[in-house]
Design a protein around this ligand. Structure first.
Ligand code: ADP
Ligand code: MG
Length: 321
C-alpha cells in the first residue's frame, strides 16, 4: 500500500502509552518486550470483519474502540492485566479521516488500560481489524473454563440484551426511540471490558468466560469443558431495561440468552466462597443466575419453576451432550 510507513508513523507510532517493559516498539522487524518474572503471559487475538462483526455503517472511532475492547474482554475473562497489543489492519484504501477516527477510538481505550501498541501489519483488502493482546496473570491464578464444580453458583456481570436489541433495531425488527437507540448502540459499539472484575475473581471464581457469543453458548463452553450441566433461573437474568418495552418476557429471555456481542463475564463460584465474592465485588454490577449441576445440559426454569420448553430448543439450539 503506498505511503504505508507514513500512515503508521502518523496514526499509530505515538498513539498509545509508553511502557518500561517495551524494549523495542513499532519500527523494526518485530517488537521486544520484557514480561515480569513469576507471571504467565496471557495472549489472545480477535478479528473484526466489516459487515460480519460490525455493521458496515459503524463509525471508525467505534471500530477502533471495539477492536481493542473485545480483546480486553478476553483478558478480563482470564483474570489477566493487559500490557501490549499488535494491530493487523486491512484497509480497502487510504482514507485519512477514517484512520484518524479509528486510531482515536483505539488510542483512547489503550490509554485507559495502559496498553502499548508495539507493532502490526498493514495491508490492502476488504476492511478488517485484528488486534492481538498480551498481558499477565500471576502464575497459577488464571481463570479458566474447564474448572467449574457441581453446586457452584453461576453469575453474570452487567445487563444483558441491549447489544442484541441494537442489532434488531438496525435490521428494522424493533423500533426504538432516539434515546433508546442511542443507549442500545452504546452497548453494541462501546462494550466495557470487565477487567477490574476479572482481576477480583482470581482465587474466588472456579471458572470464567466472557459472553461474546451470548450467555447460552458461552456458559455452554464452561459446561462442556467442565463436563457438567446447569440450571438457570430465567427470572434472575439481568435484562437490560431497554428490552421489555419492545419484547415479550419470552423474547427478552431469548435475546438475553442468545444475543452475542455482550462482553460481560459469566463465572462460577463455590458456595463456600460467596462471602469472599460479595466483599471483593462490592459496588460492582453482577448477579446470580443459577447453579452448576452434575446432570449435563443447560436447563432454564421460568418464574413458576417450570422448565422453559418453547424457547431455545425449538429454535435449533441443542443441549451439549
Ligand atoms: P515487515 O516488512 O518487517 O513486516 P512492516 O512493513 O509490516 O514490516 O511494518 C513496519 C513496522 O511497522 C513494524 O515494526 C510493524 O510492526 C509496524 N506496523 C505495521 N503496521 C502497523 C499497524 N497497523 N499498527 C502498528 N504498527 C504497525
Ligand atoms: Mg509486515
Amino acid at each position: 500500500m503506498p505511503g504505508e510507513f507514513d500512515l503508521i508513523t502518523q496514526y499509530f507510532d505515538q498513539l498509545t502509552p509508553q511502557r518500561d517493559d517495551v524494549l523495542l516498539g513499532i519500527g523494526d522487524d518485530a517488537a521486544l518486550c520484557l514480561p515480569p518474572q513469576g507471571q504467565a503471559l496471557v495472549i489472545a487475538v480477535d478479528t473484526l470483519i466489516a459487515g460480519v462483526h460490525f455493521p458496515l455503517q459503524t463509525c471508525a472511532e467505534d471500530v477502533g474502540y471495539k477492536a481493542l475492547a473485545v480483546n480486553l474482554s478476553d483478558l478480563a475473562a482470564m483474570g489477566a492485566t493487559p500490557a501490549w497489543m499488535t494491530l493487523a489492519l486491512t484497509l480497502p484504501g487510504v482514507d485519512e479521516g477514517w484512520l484518524a477516527a479509528f486510531s482515536q477510538g483505539l488510542g483512547a481505550l489503550a490509554k485507559q488500560h495502559q496498553v502499548a501498541l508495539i507493532g502490526g501489519d498493514t495491508t490492502r483488502g476488504a476492511l478488517s481489524v485484528s488486534v492481538q493482546i498480551m498481558g499477565f496473570v500471576p502464575s497459577g491464578q488464571a481463570l479458566q473454563r474447564h474448572t467449574a464444580q457441581p453446586g457452584d453458583f453461576i453469575y453474570v456481570t452487567g445487563e444483558l440484551g441491549a447489544a442484541g436489541l441494537a442489532l434488531k433495531s438496525l435490521n428494522g425488527e424493533v423500533h426504538l426511540s432516539a434515546s433508546e437507540q442511542k443507549q442500545a448502540l452504546l452497548a453494541l459499539n462501546r462494550p466495557v471490558p470487565r477487567l477490574a472484575i476479572g482481576k477480583c475473581l482470581r482465587g474466588i471464581a472456579s471458572s470464567a468466560i466472557d459472553i461474546s457469543d451470548g450467555l447460552w453458548a458461552d456458559l455452554g463452553h464452561i459446561l462442556e469443558r467442565s463436563q457438567l450441566g446447569a440450571q438457570l433461573q430465567l427470572a434472575d437474568l439481568p435484562l437490560s431495561p431497554l428490552l421489555l418495552p419492545h419484547l415479550s418476557p419470552q423474547q427478552a429471555w431469548e435475546l438475553a440468552l442468545t444475543a452475542g456481542d455482550e462482553y460481560e463475564l459469566c463465572f462460577t463460584v463455590p458456595p463456600e466462597r460467596i462471602k469472599q465474592l460479595e466483599s471483593a465485588l462490592a459496588g460492582q454490577s453482577y448477579c446470580c443466575i443459577g447453579q452448576i449441576t452434575v446432570e449435563p445440559g443447560l436447563r432454564c426454569l421460568d418464574e413458576n419453576q417450570q422448565l422453559w420448553q418453547d424457547g431455545l430448543e425449538n429454535k435449533g439450539y441443542q443441549h451439549f451432550f
